[in-house]
Design a protein around this ligand. Structure first.
Ligand SMILES: Cc1cc2nc3c(=O)[nH]c(=O)nc-3n(C[C@H](O)[C@H](O)[C@H](O)COP(=O)(O)OP(=O)(O)OC[C@H]3O[C@@H](n4cnc5c(N)ncnc54)[C@H](O)[C@@H]3O)c2cc1C
Length: 388
């Protein structure tokens, strides 16, 4: 295979041998190690600390980190496979792995200095959880209107402000934080900084009590005269907007993967249940009305998976993927909502209670239409490309 070309056009869902082995190992791990904890994690809104080292041992916390830095040296597509396989069992673990790989490590690989890569990539691949802090109370979709400031003081910057909704904040030791160094320059002042837990003036604040992905920590970050070395700038001064745009363009493919994992789990449960549940003297799966609903859901999932896999594979071969990434996230998140809603319906009353797994999947699916760009923002990206 030469760069940017594909020797033999492969069906999107046919995996290479290493991809199959990797996906199967993550699936087996998720079934054996995560599944028994799902209910407890949702109820206590917490990932058990003992699970984290196991994720590092499995090799899913540094998927694209080159082997020279202690990582798996694999592709973005492998990250997508891992997020999908984990989300099929627990989407909170799916997003933990997603943020680590598709946002934090991705940004460092692309924009980090050699010194930053040597210092942080081995840690991220072996025991350090990362988080990515862009959003604030007043700036979500309009992220570049952020109020956080970084004031230059020679070799240092002093950060002040608050970030909101930061995934992995409770578990993370390394944070990529966006702040404006020159508000007069507008978005051209935005700069990305590496902030480590323990930096003076930095604290992780209140944890949100959420509808879904409850085990995933979502917290406020507080910066009060927090000194960060100039050498901790990721990318160039004033070019943080580029770091943010480009990592999020890729990150949202990971959210698409999380959504197909959720939708697949929902239909798996629905197929099993409708075969067992009897009404009017036969399995409810024998009713054509139910069969057609399942068939539509399976088609929805297949379409979403094709969009997600295609966007990821385009990214890996260096082809443009911006619109495809927006489409995959848009479609997969809406498909996940439709399929999980159907699963609740097909379980009847049992779909509405916590003793059965589908009400949780329904709650977990909702976030897909909100984070890493809301549905409207994905539509905006697609329309912009269409009309340009
Ligand atoms: C569980 C969770 C985890 C998160 N994790 C992270 C994280 O790790 N890091 C991080 O930085 N952020 C994170 N976020 C923040 C997330 O990315 C934002 O919530 C999201 O971008 C939306 O911003 P907002 O909440 O301010 O909503 P708003 O931007 O206020 O949007 C509200 C509504 O207005 C619509 N809208 C806004 N602008 C337009 C427009 N121009 N045209 C049409 N409609 C529009 C939106 O589509 C939406 O429906 C997380 C959020 C949640 C809930």
């Amino acid at each position: 295979m030469t760069e940017n070309t594909i020797e033999h056009a492969q069906p999107l869902t046919v995996l290479a041998e290493d991809e199959t082995i990797f996906r199967d190992s993550v699936r087996a791990f998720a079934d054996a190690r995560v599944r028994p904890l799902v209910r407890e994690m949702d109820e206590h809104a917490k990932i058990p600390p003992t699970l984290l080292p196991r994720l590092f041992d499995l090799g899913v916390m540094g998927i694209e980190v080159p082997e020279a830095y202690g990582g798996a040296g694999a592709t973005f597509f492998h990250s997508v496979l891992a997020v999908e396989a984990l989300s099929r069992v627990d989407p909170s673990i799916g997003v933990l792995v997603d943020v680590q790989n598709t946002l934090v490590i991705n940004a460092l690989l692309r924009w980090g200095t050699e010194a930053q890569k040597s210092a942080f990539l081995p840690k991220l691949a072996s025991g350090t959880v990362g988080a990515y802090a862009l959003s604030e109370a007043g700036s979500g979709s309009d992220a570049f209107a952020m109020a956080s400031r970084a004031e230059s003081r020679g070799d240092w910057f002093v950060l002040n402000g608050r970030k909101l909704w930061i995934t992995n904040a409770n578990e993370a030791s390394l944070f990529i934080v966006f702040a404006n160094v020159n508000p007069e320059a507008g978005y051209r002042g935005i700069t990305a900084f590496l902030v480590e837990r323990g930096f003076k003036g930095f604290a992780v604040g209140k944890k949100e009590d959420k509808l879904g992905i409850r085990a995933s920590s979502t917290c406020e970050l507080l910066f009060e005269d927090c000194r960060v070395a100039r050498s901790n700038i990721v990318g160039d001064l004033g070019k943080g907007y580029k770091v943010a745009i480009e990592t999020l363009n890729e990150g949202r493919i990971g959210i698409g993967a999380q959504m197909i994992g959720i939708a697949q789990a929902a239909i798996d449960h629905a197929v099993r249940y409708t075969r067992e549940r009897k009404q009017f003297g036969k399995a409810i799966a024998d009713f054509q009305g139910v069969q057609f609903e399942l068939a539509r859901a399976a088609t929805d999932i297949e379409a979403a998976r094709l969009l997600v896999y295609n966007a990821a594979r385009l990214r890996d071969v260096g082809q443009p993927f911006l619109t495809e990434a927006a489409m995959c996230k848009l479609y997969a998140s809406e498909a996940a909502e439709r399929v999980t809603s159907l699963a609740v319906n097909l379980f009847g009353g049992y779909g509405y209670v916590k003793d059965y797994p589908v009400e949780k999947l329904y709650r977990d699916a909702k976030i897909g239409q909100i984070y890493e760009g809301t549905t409207n923002l994905q539509l905006q990206t697609i329309a912009k490309n269409l009309l340009s």
